[in-house]
Design a protein around this ligand. Structure first.
Ligand code: GUN
Length: 279
């Protein structure tokens, strides 16, 4: 039997509708949420992501400004601009699109964002709060994954959740959020000995590595819930997730598609973080 498809696109549209009303109420009280997005360099995927984010802002009434820098930008220039945005009362959220050009120390740049304007939740103090079990701003993709699971009625207490990928942006924070919901959590990465065997034990499997179709049907327990965070461009130009969707949907109980799964949820969570930051 084919898996239930978890439609992130539809859920994200519902969330945006609710946010539009919230933003309108804030505007009536004299506050118009504003997001500043910094894009450095010419990464084509980053350009698409940033365009999608600023469009989504427009749709819900959040003011957005995009600040572009050439790939040769210096760390000092970026940090000086972030300091100005930190001090600007019309800016409620600051997002630095990653990856940054290779000469830049991303951690130093992210640390310059005022934690209360850090709508990505990447500042060390916000990640630390999450670790301490007192989340403030939760990173957008992990928050989107959790919202999708909640909306799908997937119970997590006592379940085995396997996260493939250990990035600061997705793998580590989503593992903490799953742990907070009382799942038993395993994090796999490039040095994991038997990835397939570990994945097969998962009731909930989160793939966040950035390798097209890494998760095959043989790595999935029948009936498992499979969440695909990957967005990979295939040689023919098509998009593929980290999961071999066509094969895995015949084994899994529920699965997110790519596109239309986690991606739109990430943007919806960014908007929520931005509106919260303004409220
Ligand atoms: N690059 C890939 N994903 C993200 C994200 O969620 N936020 C930012 N700022 N950059 C990214």
């Amino acid at each position: 039997m084919s898996a239930r498809i978890l439609d992130g696109k539809a859920l994200a549209a519902e969330i945006r509708t609710a946010l539009r009303a919230k933003v309108a109420a804030l505007v009536r009280h004299g506050v118009n949420p504003g997001l500043a997005v910094i894009l450095a360099g010419d990464d084509p995927a980053s350009k698409v992501y940033v365009r999608n984010k600023t469009r989504a802002c427009e749709e819900v009434g959040v003011r957005s400004q995009q600040i572009d820098y050439p790939a040769a930008v210096t760390q000092e220039e970026l940090i000086a601009r972030i300091r100005k945005l930190n001090a600007d009362p019309a800016v409620h959220g600051i997002l630095v699109q990653l990856p940054l050009p290779k000469q830049i120390d991303s951690a130093a740049v992210l640390a310059a964002v005022a934690p209360e304007k850090d709508v990505d939740g990447f500042h060390e103090s916000n990640l630390g709060a999450l670790l301490a079990g007192k989340p403030r701003v939760v990173p957008c993709t992990p928050a989107g994954v959790m919202r999708l699971l909640e909306h799908a009625g997937v119970t997590l207490a006592g379940k085995h959740a396997v996260v493939v990928g250990r990035s600061n942006i997705v793998g580590k924070p989503v593992a903490l959020l799953l742990l907070q919901k009382d799942a038993t959590v395993t994090i796999c990465h490039s040095k994991t000995k038997d990835l397939a065997e570990t994945c097969r034990q998962a009731d909930v499997l989160i793939a966040a590595v950035g390798r097209a179709k890494l998760v095959t049907a043989a790595m999935v327990k029948p009936g498992a819930c499979v969440i695909d965070v990957g967005v990979n461009r295939l040689p023919d130009g098509k998009l593929a997730g980290d999961v071999d969707f066509d094969a895995v949907k015949e084994v899994a109980g529920a699965i997110t598609p790519v596109p239309g799964g986690v991606g739109p949820m990430t943007i919806a969570m960014l908007l929520e973080n931005c509106v919260k930051s303004a409220a």
